[in-house]
Design a protein around this ligand. Sequence first.
Ligand code: NI
Length: 260
Amino acid sequence: MEFFDNHCHLDDEKFDEDREELIKEIRKQNVTKIISAGYNLESSKKAINLSEKYNFIYSTCGISPNDIPQSEQELWKTLQEIENLLQQKSKIVAVGEIGLDYYWNKENKELQKLAFIEQIKLANKYNLPIVIHTREAASDTIEILKNNEVKNKGVFHCCPLKSVDLVKDALKLQFYVSFAGPVTFKNSKNANEIIKMVPENRMLIETDSPYLSPEPLRGTRNTPINVKLVAKKIADVKMQSIEEIANITYANAMKLFNIS
Ligand code: NI
């Protein structure tokens, strides 16, 4: 049984002390594919470096809504640098994480939207799917996706559990939904309903580590190994075996991110 953690941040400073040993341990524990997600220029470059060093690690490049530069001029410059990275084509499997976040940033909605739309264009130009981060911005996110077709689709990462409707819209648009630690939290009211709602062929699993450790490890440093706990929760709700969930989500991720 092999697991695919399709979203984590192995470049994070919380892994600085033991990154090498941890990566070996992850591989031993049968998490055999990992995507380290970029969220700004720096982390995108670090993710690429990791993917060049380890054959089971892949990367994404992008500017997240919480890392938007102050001015439009700076944003264009940063987007150009992201495009320079995409041209390297070095195991970059998606543009992301990109999207809208009105929880942390309400003051720059127009710049967020511009960055999101321009990065969708980059994904289309380089024939890649996108990784979406959306928080408190459901209707604008869906509107942008309706008005800007993403050729290779993508994934709603760390499935937002507040809005059942957002998940319905994501599925209607043929996007994947990726479950993370919060589905295991005791206070996540909609988790079971949403897990049941997402069909097998649209389902992915991730850790978003080092943050959001699943139960019973909530509050500790998260690692890609814990993707198993997310798989277990889904298996319990869907009344399937953890092996079935591992296999399905592994195959889905290979397909979406075009890994052979
Ligand atoms: Ni993330």
